[in-house]
Design a protein around this ligand. Structure first.
Ligand code: NAD
Length: 249
């Protein structure tokens, strides 16, 4: 399928996992991808892989929690491609802490990257998406929909992303911009490979975050993201789609 021919999509977190799989899939469907990530080597590798397969991609280092860095990045994307049709906001971090022991700095870091970083990007791209009648896909989580033991900061950040996305969807509906969330669960990525738990973690509660059908590769989420960004998602806005193998079913 070539659903994104002549479209330009900015993907955050494009160096790994769901962001990388989305960037690769967008390019495979004919789109130009502006790949951003904090990890320079990883984002260059994603853009290189896309180019090696005949796709169009640009790599840029950007810390999504840095307001100035985000503004310059969106400007660079529009200068490079003269338009912007989509934002796939996948940059994120996860940490588990015993809630009573949660340090304010750790709370703040998760909120800064997952929630404020998502907002910085949404805010910066919106004028361009109004011009192109574009679409945003943000990364929420099953943690936005159900309690995540020892995941206070992460679940708060993802609940915020979900609420923010609905607000954007309503505010911009008449201006032709759509905004949706995906709520992945149990996807094998760098994030899930590097989880560490506090000693007090109650593993009896872990099934609340485990898929019924086994963990899956990030490509299963990328396909849903591309549907939402493309014309196939034209009548979907303010929606959150679980891609969690039935965890919360
Ligand atoms: P990942 O760790 O594989 O990829 C995240 C990417 O974000 C990395 O390349 C990392 O370098 C980048 N990043 C981190 N901080 C950044 C910053 N400040 N600025 C720019 N880039 C930054 O993770 P993933 O599993 O692919 O997660 C993608 C999104 O999906 C995240 O928002 C995550 O919270 C969400 N999510 C994932 C799962 C899952 O099961 N993997 C479940 C629910 C939600």
């Amino acid at each position: 399928m070539q659903r994104l021919t002549n479209k330009v999509v900015l993907v955050s977190g494009a160096g790994s996992g769901i962001g990388k799989a989305s960037a690769v899939r967008i390019a495979a469907e004919g789109g130009s991808v502006f790949c951003i990530d904090l990890n320079a080597e990883a984002v260059e590798a994603t853009a290189g892989e896309i180019a090696a397969n005949g796709g169009e991609a640009t790599a840029r280092v950007c810390d999504v929690s840095d307001e100035a860095s985000v503004q310059k990045t969106v400007q660079a994307c529009v200068e490079r491609y003269s338009r912007l049709d989509g934002l796939v906001n996948m940059a994120g971090i996860l940490r588990f802490d015993d809630t009573q022991e949660l340090q304010t700095a750790h709370w703040q870091k998760v909120i800064d990257v997952n929630l404020t970083g998502t907002m910085f990007l949404c805010r910066s791209v919106l004028p361009h998406l109004v011009e192109t009648q574009g679409s945003i896909v943000n990364a929420a989580s099953t943690a936005a929909l159900s309690g995540l033991p020892s995941g206070l900061a992460y679940s708060a950040s993802k609940g915020g992303v979900l609420a923010m996305t609905r607000s954007i969807a309503v505010e911009y509906a008449k201006r032709g911009v759509r905004a949706n969330c995906i709520c992945p669960g149990d996807i094998n990525t760098g994030m899930t490979d590097s989880i560490s738990f506090p000693e007090t973690m109650d593993f009896d509660l872990m099934p609340r975050i485990m898929s019924l059908t086994g963990a899956k590769a990030p490509e299963v989420v990328a396909g849903v993201i591309v549907m939402l960004v493309s014309e196939d998602g034209v009548h979907i806005t303010g929606e959150d789609i679980r891609v969690d193998g039935g965890t919360l079913s």
